[in-house]
Structure formats: C-alpha cells, structure tokens
Design a protein around this ligand. Structure first.
Ligand SMILES: NC(=O)c1ccc[n+]([C@@H]2O[C@H](COP(=O)([O-])OP(=O)(O)OC[C@H]3O[C@@H](n4cnc5c(N)ncnc54)[C@H](OP(=O)(O)O)[C@@H]3O)[C@@H](O)[C@H]2O)c1
Length: 327
C-alpha cells in the first residue's frame, strides 16, 4: 500500500539478550499477505513471558528466529489486505503465537492474522489501552472461564503484586467478591489496598487462611500444593502464573496432592476470541475499571522499559507508547 514507509524500528532477538543490550534496529515494514492485516502499533505492555522468552525460551527450537518479541498491542489497521477490516480500524491483538512463532509488537508495525485482531470502538484513546490486552484477558479468563467466579466467592490471589494480580483484584472487586491478596514482600503489602485482606506469604498459606472458595495462583508450581491445601472441600484453584520460577510440577501426585473435594484448573491465554474480548471490554467500561499502569515509556526508550522490568522496580503494568493518539 502506498504512503507507508519501507522500513521501521523494531527490537530483533536471536539469542539470550540482557536488557542492557536491547537496541532498536531498522528493519523492513512487513508486506501483507492473505488473511493477515498490517497494523500501525500505538502502544503495548510488557509481560513477564517476554522476559522468559528473552532470557531463556529464545534457545528453544520452536521459537522463530530472529524474532520481534511482544505478545500484545493496540493499534490501527493501515493495510487490511483481503480481510474485512477497514483502514483506520482500531484493534487490540494478543497471543496466538505473536512474538514467538511470528513477529510481535516491539516494533512500529506488525503483520497480524485476522483472527487475532479484535476491533475497538473508534473513539477509544489507544495509548491509554496499552496496559490492558494480555493482562486483562488473562485475568478475565482465569476468573470467569476457569474459576467461574461469582460475587459470593472469597477469592485468594497469590503473588498479587504483578500486573495480572492487580487486574484480577480489580475485576473481582467490581464483581463484588471478597478478595484476599498475598505478596512475598512486606514493603509491598501497601500496594494491595484494593483487596479486602492482605497477607504476607512466607511460602505457607495452608492453615493461615479460612473460607477461601476460589484461588488464583500466580506464583505457580513452587507453591501449588500449599495453595491446594489452603482451600476447603469445594474450593477451586486456578494455576495461571509462574512467578516462583518453577515452571512445571515435579513429583506431583494428584491423588495425594489435591485434597479430597478440592478442584484444580488452569488458564492459558493463547486463544483469545472475539466473543470474550467483547464481554471483557464491555465489563471494563461498565465498571469504569482503569488498569494499574506502573510506568509509561516512549518506544525510543524501550531499553529502559526492559531494564525496569528486570529490576522489578515498577509496580503495575509497564506500557510502551509507540505513537501518541492524535489529539
Ligand atoms: N497462563 C497464562 O496464559 C499467563 C498469561 C499472562 C501471564 N502469565 C503469568 O502470570 C505471571 C504474572 O505476569 P505479569 O506479566 O503480570 O508479571 P509482571 O507484571 O511482569 O510482574 C512481575 C512481578 O511479579 C512480582 N512477584 C509477585 N510475587 C512474586 C513471587 N512470589 N516471586 C517472584 N516475583 C513475584 C515481582 O515483584 P516482587 O517480587 O517485587 O513482588 C515481579 O516484579 C507470570 O508468571 C506470567 O508468566 C500467565
């Protein structure tokens, strides 16, 4: 399509890359192909899984290399190819192989498959939505699809001082639940003021909480058996996060490690659908939910954004603005 530049700035990874070594390179703007639309990226959030990709997963054979990382973005369609989207349509995109099997969002443009593009209302300010796609979709799916949360539930959010934890607390509070949130750092307890109760997690919660009916575990396999033991019969645990640094369950015996009458489920954000995104966006509007943005960086300063992510110094979502909305 005419009027588009031939090259763009992007982060390109082909090996394990410390944050200090991140640079923006000049690469070709992707050429459209059937079923894929070209999106001008306005903003994207940083995610823990991108850190895992950059520091470890990049070595795996199934990762396309070199790869532009980034599993989510908000932007505007600039070339729809043969899809039904009009030029100028505002969209959210996330997951489905983005930033792993095909180039992602740490760039000025991304070529994305139609089924991963979720149109937004035309009047929404895009740069303000950069904190929302993956974090809120995952929180939503974990709470409503997997945990089937209702307003009667007492929800435990374990490892709550991450973007996903803050989002889960906001959604659950909007629904009317009682929320118990944990952090492993005493100095961070004050960040969880939106929850009804805040607990310091020393690795053992079983025997220290009572009445919890649903649990969202963001620390993961390191503590999962303990989370399961913290619930009474009828309780459900959703395993969604891996913050504890252990990625799979070793020596997990379902017969002995899942207490009688307690249920275990999980959530994987790889399969967003138009229907769920619509429901989520309308819930967010209805309840006037604003994502907890920790810090906003300009794209030209992406190295600082990634260094801040590695340092863990930002509380809330790190958002990178590629292009401000026209006012
Ligand atoms: N299942 C899925 O499809 C899916 C989708 C999205 C995210 N996730 C997972 O959900 C988790 C949160 O993701 P995110 O992107 O929201 O993370 P994030 O915002 O990048 O948060 C990272 C922060 O979590 C904090 N944290 C809290 N409890 C921790 C603990 N026990 N151990 C280590 N760090 C802890 C750390 O700060 P402090 O240590 O200072 O508290 C760290 O700075 C990640 O494990 C991510 O992989 C899963």
């Amino acid at each position: 399509m005419s009027g588009l530049p031939l090259t763009m700035r992007a982060v390109l990874l082909d090996r394990v890359t410390p944050a200090e070594d991140i640079v923006l390179r000049e690469v070709p703007v992707p050429t459209v192909r059937p079923g894929w639309a070209l999106v001008k990226i306005k903003a994207f959030g940083l995610n823990h899984s991108e850190k895992l990709l950059r520091l470890n997963e990049i070595n795996l054979n199934h990762i396309h290399k070199p790869i532009i990382p980034g599993i989510e973005c908000v932007g505007e369609v600039v070339d729809p190819s043969d899809t039904d989207l009009a030029v100028g349509t505002k969209v959210v995109a996330l997951m489905g192989g983005m930033g792993r099997s095909f180039h992602g969002s740490y760039a000025e443009y991304a070529l994305l498959p139609r089924h991963l593009l979720f149109p937004l209302e035309p009047d929404l300010p895009l740069s303000a939505l950069g904190a929302f796609p993956e974090t809120y979709f995952t929180a939503w799916g974990s709470l409503f699809q997997s945990l089937q949360l209702t307003s009667e539930d007492i929800l435990l959010v374990r490892g709550a001082t991450c973007a996903l934890g803050y989002a889960a607390i906001r959604l659950a509070k909007a629904l009317g639940c009682h929320v118990v949130a944990t952090t492993h750092k005493k100095e961070k307890m004050k960040l969880l003021q939106n929850a009804d109760e805040v607990l310091l997690d020393d690795g053992t919660l079983s025997g220290k909480v009572s009445g919890v009916t649903k649990a969202l575990d963001l620390v993961g396999p390191r503590v999962l058996k303990d989370t399961l033991r913290a619930l009474d019969p009828g309780g459900v645990v959703c395993q969604t996060g891996l913050l504890g640094g252990v990625y799979t369950c070793q020596n997990f015996d379902p017969i002995k490690d899942i207490p009688n009458g307690v249920y275990l489920t999980g959530f994987f954000s790889n399969f967003p659908t138009q229907e769920v995104m619509k429901e989520l966006i309308s819930f967010i509007h209805q309840h006037h939910i604003t994502p907890d943005v920790g810090h906003v960086f300009d794209f030209s300063d992406i190295r600082s954004a990634i260094m801040a992510q590695d340092d863990g110094t930002v509380n809330g979502k790190i958002v990178v603005v590629v292009e401000e909305d026209a006012s």
